[in-house]
Design a protein around this ligand. Structure first.
Ligand SMILES: [Zn+2]
Length: 481
């Protein structure tokens, strides 16, 4: 495919290549530009001179805004549309809905540009058109990719064209589960954490009694401190699994919401007391991924993100592949480009604080697209699907262990059926079963359930590296960059 410079790529080409990356075989993609209404996009399978094409309408992009988006179900599959209500999914190699318009609208996060923000400066699920249409819990792009795959397979059979297979996941796994942990707290009852938080609080004068109570409790209960990392590592070791831990860096531009632990913190780990930095290096050496949990005020700032990344790298002596913004403080037009400039392979922030979701309608790794610069960003997004707090917490769905477990299983099963990727995020401090009954159990059950269903369970970094290589094998080099 031609490109005007190294990174320029039109929204239509980008969307075609993203869809091609979700198929388990190689296709060619392109646009037949006749200069009039009969222009169309295509996806082709071929063998020698024998070829077959699926035809897709060019997107009616200017109509795609959140106020116009509606949903219509065809064969139980939810289809988004903005103008004419679609009547079929595919017929005789032709797509019956504006798949390119819909996928671009979802992945580029068009609706989040110039959208209102909540009191934490995030874009909450309630503002999204998918929530309004009742489909924020459906992996739409995954479902459409499977329908597209079916159509291409039918054509291949009719025309006797062998498909050049490139499986979605390695070693016969049918879907993937990335297990990740945001490290907001490494231990409880550390009195200087309370002091730091109090010092930064603009209401500190009124909070003196609360501070005294917390510090006193810390000192009295010092003997019962929880050092969470130990338990998570041990659990995952029992399962023979590795996960990602995103750690925060102490910075002088810290926000009231930011974490307060330091790398010289003393924590109990494997029966001894060690420096947090030594523990981070130890777990990184044993195959766990150590990523960056970037600070609240870094979300639009590549210099800060790079500084934080290099700090983690200095501690572990390894490259940091990925990042998740603390508080999910994220702005599509600012955060992705900043992360790209700061040199990350992937981000895994795209999810909601209020509910499990498919924020971009997709449960697969994908390249973000910069709307105003017409280019693909040199970064992978691994959208966060399920976060513990969003299921059980006060700012989330406030479910109990059993309902929460049912919901989590449903998400995993839905994604498994479409061959996608589930990203789960369990915070270290919710290991405390006394204060958070059931949260830890649900994590354990999720691991067993995903294993039963045939998931490839891995850290987010390993999944990003795998996907990057797979896209190269598919011949989507322009998309891969
Ligand atoms: Zn956090």
């Amino acid at each position: 495919m031609d490109s005007k410079d190294d990174t320029y790529i039109s929204g239509t080409e980008y969307t075609l290549m993203t869809l091609a990356s979700l198929l388990p075989f190689r296709v060619r993609v392109g646009v037949e530009d006749t200069g009039d209404d009969s222009s169309y996009a295509w996806m082709e399978i071929s063998s020698g001179s024998n070829a077959a094409r699926v035809r897709l309408d060019l997107p009616s992009r200017r109509y795609w805004d959140s106020g116009r988006v509606k949903v219509h179900y065809i064969n139980d599959i939810p289809v988004l549309y903005v103008r004419r209500r679609p009547e079929y999914l595919f017929q005789g190699g032709r797509c019956g809905f504006d798949i390119l318009g819909a996928v671009f609208y979802l992945l580029s996060r068009t609706e989040e540009y110039h959208a209102p923000r909540d009191m934490w400066d995030t874009f909450p699920v309630f503002y999204s058109s998918l929530y309004v249409q009742g489909v924020w819990m459906r992996p739409l792009v995954n479902l459409w990719a499977r329908v597209l795959e079916k159509e291409l397979r039918t054509l291949a059979k009719q025309k006797n064209i062998p498909l050049r297979q490139v499986p979605l996941w390695p070693d016969g796994h049918t879907f993937a589960l990335a297990i990740t942990h945001d490290v907001d707290v490494v231990s409880t009852s550390v009195w200087h954490h309370h002091l730091t938080r109090w010092r930064d609080n603009p209401m500190k004068a009124r909070r003196v009694p609360l501070l005294v109570a917390k510090v006193t409790r810390s000192i009295v209960k010092g003997a019962q401190e929880h050092h969470f990392l130990d338990d998570w590592i041990e659990l995952e070791e029992q399962y023979g699994l590795r996960s990602t831990f995103y750690f925060s860096v102490p910075v002088d531009y810290r926000h009231l919401y930011d974490n307060v632990y330091r790398f010289d913190e003393r924590i109990h780990f494997r029966g001894r007391t060690s420096c947090l930095s030594d523990v981070m290096r130890e777990v990184a050496d044993e195959g766990w991924e150590v990523g960056l949990h970037s600070t609240y005020n870094s979300y639009d700032n590549p210099v800060r993100l790079r500084f934080e990344r290099m700090n983690i790298e200095r501690v572990t002596g390894r490259q940091v592949l990925g990042v998740r913004q603390h508080w999910l403080h994220f702005d599509a037009g600012l955060t992705w480009p900043a992360q790209e400039t700061a040199g990350f392979l992937y981000d895994s922030t795209l999810g909601y604080n209020e509910s499990p979701s498919y924020r971009a309608g997709i449960a697969f790794p994908f390249r973000p697209y910069h709307i105003s610069e017409y280019r693909v960003l040199h970064l992978w997004e691994l959208p966060m699907t399920i976060m513990d707090k969003a299921v059980f917490g006060q700012s989330g769905l406030r479910m109990d262990e059993f309902i929460g477990m049912e919901l989590c299983r449903r998400v995993v099963a839905d994604v498994a059926l479409t061959g996608g990727l589930v990203v789960v995020n369990w915070h270290l401090q919710y290991r405390d079963e006394h204060r958070y009954p059931g949260w830890w159990n649900v994590y354990k059950s999720l691991l067993s359930y995903a294993q039963e269903l045939g998931a490839w369970i891995a850290p987010a970094g390993a999944i990003s590296e795998y996907w990057d290589e797979r896209v190269r094998l598919l011949g989507l080099d322009t998309y891969r960059l």
